[in-house]
Design a protein. Sequence first.
Lengths: 441, 181
Amino acid sequence: MSYELIAFLMFSTMMLMLMTGQRVFGAIGFVGAIAALWLWGDGGSVMPFSAAIKLMKWYPLLTLPMFIYMGYIMSESRIADDLYKMFHVWMGPVHGGLAIGTIGLMVIISAMNGLSVAGMAIGATIALPELLRRGYDKVMVTGVIQAGSSLGILVPPSVVLVLYGMIARQPVGQLWLAGAIPGLLMAGLFVLYIAIRCRMQPNLGPPLSKDERRTITWSDRIRLLRAGILPLVIFFSMTGLFVMGVTSLVESSAVGATTATLAALIKGRLNRRVMEATLRKTLEVTCMFMWIILAALCFGAVFYGLGAVKAIEGFFIGDLGLGPWEILIMMQLSYIIMGMFLDDTAMLVIVAPLYIPLVGVLGFDLIWYGVLYTITCQIAYMTPPFGYNLFLMRAMAPPEITLGDIYRSIIPFVLVMTLGLALVMAFPQLALWLPEWHYGK
Amino acid sequence: MPSFIRGYVRFVDAVNYRIGRMAMYVIFVMVAVLFYSSITKAFFDPALWTFEFAQFLMVAYFMLGGPYSIQLGGHVRMDLLYGSWQPKTQNRWDAVTSIILIGYLMMLLYGSVDSAIYAVEYKERSYSIWRPYMWPIKFIMVLGIALMLLQAIAQFFKDLAAAIGKPIEGAVPDNLSEKGI
């Protein structure tokens, strides 16, 4: 049997297994393990466990539980409430201002955390009920929170870029800095979209009423600006110290976790309930990710062993005869389409090792590609029927928001993100300028 | 379901619940070790053992905590079809597809035992400056995977029992709701 056929069989079996609704890690791991056993017999029988040893040695992954922990400390202890109020007061008078403020809130949370879970939790519990109460259009605000929180993996720090850095063997510091400007650009595009849309259809996002605005004094506004100090401290203690080279990557994530805990403690928001919820959810989410990555590593190793890298190279360059840019666009498109149906984290672990060598062969910058990859991941995480952000949104959203609303809400934002992706593709300096400037390449 | 199966499910649930609850706190140890590491690096001679030790803690954390995370229902499923089924249909399918979960875990267990035996026999050490023995962490991995397997089997019995309309009552002490979470 030809290797291409085996590879195809593996992918389709995985797809079928996932469809039955068994836990994702079981389905992927089983296909990988069986394929290894069938192809290499006794030598293949230890492959599932070899993946565990490999996973252990990927020590940058230690940032994962740290960021998850931090995110839950921030959302469970509600230390971001004041931050929301700050944006609320400052942005309220504008059409769609609260939605724009929510994007601002999400950017700040993204700068404190490397995953989209925290932004999603804070957005769904603090911002969403408030926006709905103010008569904002529910489809639009659902999209705002999903799109905004997805910035968590692009704005530094970012766990996805940590994973990418391990697979592509690129320095995480440069990758994080490379994500900063595209992240802000993306946030800017979201804001622009909301502002234009709400100007054209004012009923989607009514501004605060005159009466209410009168109750807010300037001293209130200034006082609320102090809420911005906390994120600055957390951002500096984590990303700041790391980029300056004081602490290493995993160390800085631990410093960040400690700072967030202290912040909650100082604000008097740390109690048994918060701690219990944080610890339990951290374990739950970390286990989910780690077991999926474990299974995907085994699957990926089999794939790699089949010579899939050469096969893909041959397919794109030889069979299709495409130029570098066309291949790049094809890769991103295929990733988004596969990401709709397969598990996104597993995709990252399985597909990235196949695509990255090809990107290198084509002569593209791997730091820049990391940013493209992350934006593509953001889109994949949001697109139905399979996406973590969709899962989380469904679990956290108030009951009046239906599944249909969630699915519909992302359409304009996915288009905006695709525009952002195109911009970063067309102007690589958007991503590369900051790391080159800082590290003096 | 025969009583020994009920007993098995309750026993495995209870054991994994307690181990998982303990594993949950390992994150504090990880934070402490890495925080200590950054302090020594900033002000004194950097400690050599911290990263590797934190790696071991991480493995212990997600392997020993794994069964508890299954009890909590923390593992994503692709619910394009699954999500729209009746609970009973879901149980039926779960009982059938448990075989793939159990199969994967058995192969994982085989590999881990193989690797642990090697580690003991050849007194395997890690290739680092700290050079720790590898058998303790490999024993923990074997234990974690074995517990995961036992939990998967318990899960299979639970699904089967629910599918035939005689669910096995919750064996895990449900103290989560009383804490108001």
